[in-house]
Write a protein that binds this ligand. Sequence first.
Ligand SMILES: [Fe+2]
Ligand SMILES: [Fe+2]
Length: 192
Amino acid sequence: MKPTQVMETEHRLIETVVKALCGVADAIEKGQPADAAMLATAVEFLRLYADKLHHGKEERLFFPMLVTRGVPPQGCPIGGLNHEHEKGRALVRALAEQARAYAQGTPGAKGGLVETLRGIVDLYQNHIWKEDAMVFPMADKVLTEADQTELTEKFGEVDRAVGLDVVARLETFAKSLGTSGQAPLPSAAAKN
Ligand SMILES: [Fe+2]
Ligand SMILES: [Fe+2]
Protein backbone atom coordinates (compact mmCIF):
# COMPACT_ATOMS: atom_id res chain seq x y z
CA MET A 1 0.00 0.00 0.00
CA LYS A 2 1.08 3.56 -0.68
CA PRO A 3 1.63 5.64 2.48
CA THR A 4 -1.42 7.78 1.65
CA GLN A 5 -3.53 4.61 1.37
CA VAL A 6 -2.30 3.49 4.80
CA MET A 7 -3.31 6.87 6.25
CA GLU A 8 -6.67 6.85 4.45
CA THR A 9 -7.42 3.43 5.92
CA GLU A 10 -6.60 4.82 9.38
CA HIS A 11 -8.81 7.85 8.66
CA ARG A 12 -11.81 5.58 7.99
CA LEU A 13 -11.45 3.97 11.42
CA ILE A 14 -10.92 7.31 13.17
CA GLU A 15 -14.04 8.60 11.39
CA THR A 16 -16.05 5.62 12.62
CA VAL A 17 -15.13 6.41 16.23
CA VAL A 18 -15.76 10.14 15.72
CA LYS A 19 -19.22 9.44 14.23
CA ALA A 20 -20.02 7.23 17.20
CA LEU A 21 -19.01 10.10 19.52
CA CYS A 22 -21.44 12.31 17.60
CA GLY A 23 -24.10 9.70 18.37
CA VAL A 24 -23.13 9.81 22.05
CA ALA A 25 -23.49 13.61 22.11
CA ASP A 26 -26.92 13.34 20.42
CA ALA A 27 -28.04 10.71 22.91
CA ILE A 28 -26.94 12.72 25.95
CA GLU A 29 -28.75 15.77 24.60
CA LYS A 30 -31.92 13.68 24.29
CA GLY A 31 -31.57 12.76 27.94
CA GLN A 32 -30.35 9.22 27.31
CA PRO A 33 -27.42 7.77 29.27
CA ALA A 34 -24.06 7.34 27.56
CA ASP A 35 -21.98 4.20 27.81
CA ALA A 36 -19.13 5.21 30.14
CA ALA A 37 -17.03 2.17 29.22
CA MET A 38 -17.34 2.97 25.51
CA LEU A 39 -16.32 6.58 26.18
CA ALA A 40 -13.24 5.43 28.12
CA THR A 41 -12.18 3.16 25.25
CA ALA A 42 -12.84 5.97 22.76
CA VAL A 43 -10.45 8.18 24.75
CA GLU A 44 -7.84 5.42 24.62
CA PHE A 45 -8.43 5.05 20.86
CA LEU A 46 -8.02 8.79 20.29
CA ARG A 47 -4.81 8.89 22.35
CA LEU A 48 -3.08 5.79 21.07
CA TYR A 49 -4.47 5.19 17.59
CA ALA A 50 -5.50 8.63 16.29
CA ASP A 51 -2.69 10.56 17.98
CA LYS A 52 0.35 8.41 18.85
CA LEU A 53 0.04 6.13 15.83
CA HIS A 54 -1.62 8.18 13.09
CA HIS A 55 -0.55 11.74 13.93
CA GLY A 56 2.84 10.29 14.86
CA LYS A 57 3.25 8.97 11.31
CA GLU A 58 2.16 12.32 9.88
CA GLU A 59 4.26 14.57 12.11
CA ARG A 60 7.47 12.55 12.31
CA LEU A 61 7.57 10.93 8.87
CA PHE A 62 5.02 12.09 6.30
CA PHE A 63 5.11 15.88 6.74
CA PRO A 64 8.96 15.97 6.96
CA MET A 65 9.12 13.94 3.73
CA LEU A 66 6.82 16.48 2.05
CA VAL A 67 9.14 19.24 3.28
CA THR A 68 12.09 17.54 1.58
CA ARG A 69 10.05 17.75 -1.65
CA GLY A 70 9.52 21.49 -1.33
CA VAL A 71 6.30 21.83 0.70
CA PRO A 72 6.78 24.66 3.24
CA PRO A 73 6.98 23.46 6.88
CA GLN A 74 5.00 26.46 8.15
CA GLY A 75 1.65 27.87 7.03
CA CYS A 76 -0.68 25.98 4.73
CA PRO A 77 -1.09 23.04 4.76
CA ILE A 78 1.50 21.52 7.18
CA GLY A 79 1.56 24.30 9.80
CA GLY A 80 -2.24 24.37 9.95
CA LEU A 81 -2.54 20.59 10.22
CA ASN A 82 0.05 20.43 13.04
CA HIS A 83 -1.88 23.14 14.87
CA GLU A 84 -5.07 21.09 14.54
CA HIS A 85 -3.28 18.04 15.96
CA GLU A 86 -2.44 20.18 19.02
CA LYS A 87 -6.05 21.32 19.34
CA GLY A 88 -7.13 17.68 19.11
CA ARG A 89 -4.80 16.72 21.97
CA ALA A 90 -6.26 19.44 24.19
CA LEU A 91 -9.82 18.34 23.38
CA VAL A 92 -9.03 14.68 24.11
CA ARG A 93 -7.47 15.67 27.46
CA ALA A 94 -10.70 17.52 28.27
CA LEU A 95 -12.78 14.55 27.08
CA ALA A 96 -10.87 12.17 29.36
CA GLU A 97 -11.61 14.36 32.40
CA GLN A 98 -15.22 15.04 31.49
CA ALA A 99 -15.97 11.39 30.66
CA ARG A 100 -14.58 10.43 34.09
CA ALA A 101 -16.69 13.11 35.80
CA TYR A 102 -19.76 11.94 33.87
CA ALA A 103 -19.16 8.31 34.83
CA GLN A 104 -18.88 9.37 38.49
CA GLY A 105 -22.18 11.23 38.23
CA THR A 106 -20.65 14.65 38.88
CA PRO A 107 -23.39 17.30 38.71
CA GLY A 108 -23.14 19.44 35.57
CA ALA A 109 -20.75 17.05 33.81
CA LYS A 110 -23.09 16.56 30.87
CA GLY A 111 -22.81 20.06 29.39
CA GLY A 112 -19.03 20.14 29.16
CA LEU A 113 -18.93 16.58 27.87
CA VAL A 114 -21.36 17.32 25.03
CA GLU A 115 -19.49 20.50 24.11
CA THR A 116 -16.16 18.66 23.96
CA LEU A 117 -17.64 15.77 21.97
CA ARG A 118 -19.02 18.27 19.44
CA GLY A 119 -15.61 20.00 19.28
CA ILE A 120 -13.85 16.69 18.59
CA VAL A 121 -16.37 15.72 15.90
CA ASP A 122 -16.03 19.08 14.10
CA LEU A 123 -12.23 19.18 14.33
CA TYR A 124 -11.56 15.62 13.23
CA GLN A 125 -14.10 15.55 10.41
CA ASN A 126 -12.77 18.77 8.94
CA HIS A 127 -9.13 17.78 9.45
CA ILE A 128 -9.55 14.37 7.84
CA TRP A 129 -11.44 15.90 4.91
CA LYS A 130 -8.58 18.36 4.29
CA GLU A 131 -5.96 15.63 4.29
CA ASP A 132 -7.95 13.21 2.13
CA ALA A 133 -9.12 15.79 -0.40
CA MET A 134 -6.11 18.07 -0.66
CA VAL A 135 -2.93 16.91 1.06
CA PHE A 136 -2.84 13.24 0.06
CA PRO A 137 -3.48 13.83 -3.68
CA MET A 138 -0.71 16.47 -3.62
CA ALA A 139 1.62 14.04 -1.78
CA ASP A 140 0.99 11.30 -4.35
CA LYS A 141 2.26 13.73 -6.98
CA VAL A 142 5.32 15.16 -5.23
CA LEU A 143 6.69 12.06 -3.45
CA THR A 144 8.91 9.75 -5.49
CA GLU A 145 8.43 6.00 -5.48
CA ALA A 146 11.52 5.66 -3.25
CA ASP A 147 10.03 8.20 -0.80
CA GLN A 148 6.80 6.22 -0.70
CA THR A 149 8.56 2.88 -0.12
CA GLU A 150 10.62 4.41 2.70
CA LEU A 151 7.51 5.90 4.34
CA THR A 152 5.54 2.66 4.16
CA GLU A 153 8.44 0.80 5.79
CA LYS A 154 8.80 3.39 8.54
CA PHE A 155 5.03 3.38 9.13
CA GLY A 156 5.42 -0.31 9.96
CA GLU A 157 8.01 0.62 12.59
CA VAL A 158 5.53 3.05 14.18
CA ASP A 159 2.88 0.29 14.29
CA ARG A 160 5.37 -2.01 16.06
CA ALA A 161 6.41 0.76 18.48
CA VAL A 162 2.78 1.33 19.51
CA GLY A 163 2.32 -2.45 19.69
CA LEU A 164 0.67 -4.60 17.04
CA ASP A 165 -1.64 -6.13 19.65
CA VAL A 166 -2.72 -2.66 20.83
CA VAL A 167 -3.30 -1.53 17.22
CA ALA A 168 -5.37 -4.66 16.47
CA ARG A 169 -7.46 -4.24 19.64
CA LEU A 170 -8.23 -0.59 18.90
CA GLU A 171 -9.06 -1.37 15.26
CA THR A 172 -11.48 -4.03 16.45
CA PHE A 173 -13.07 -1.49 18.80
CA ALA A 174 -13.53 1.01 15.94
CA LYS A 175 -15.01 -1.64 13.64
CA SER A 176 -17.38 -2.76 16.39
CA LEU A 177 -18.96 0.70 16.33
CA GLY A 178 -20.07 -0.05 12.79
CA THR A 179 -20.86 2.35 9.98
CA SER A 180 -24.22 3.56 11.19
CA GLY A 181 -22.71 6.56 12.93
CA GLN A 182 -24.38 5.50 16.16
CA ALA A 183 -22.78 4.24 19.31
CA PRO A 184 -23.92 0.81 20.42
CA LEU A 185 -26.70 0.71 22.95
CA PRO A 186 -25.43 1.60 26.41
CA SER A 187 -24.74 -1.49 28.49
CA ALA A 188 -23.63 -0.23 31.88
CA ALA A 189 -25.45 3.05 31.56
CA ALA A 190 -24.07 5.87 33.63
CA LYS A 191 -26.84 7.78 35.29
CA ASN A 192 -26.27 11.50 35.15
FE1 LIG B 1 -3.48 14.99 10.50
FE1 LIG C 1 -4.56 12.19 9.18
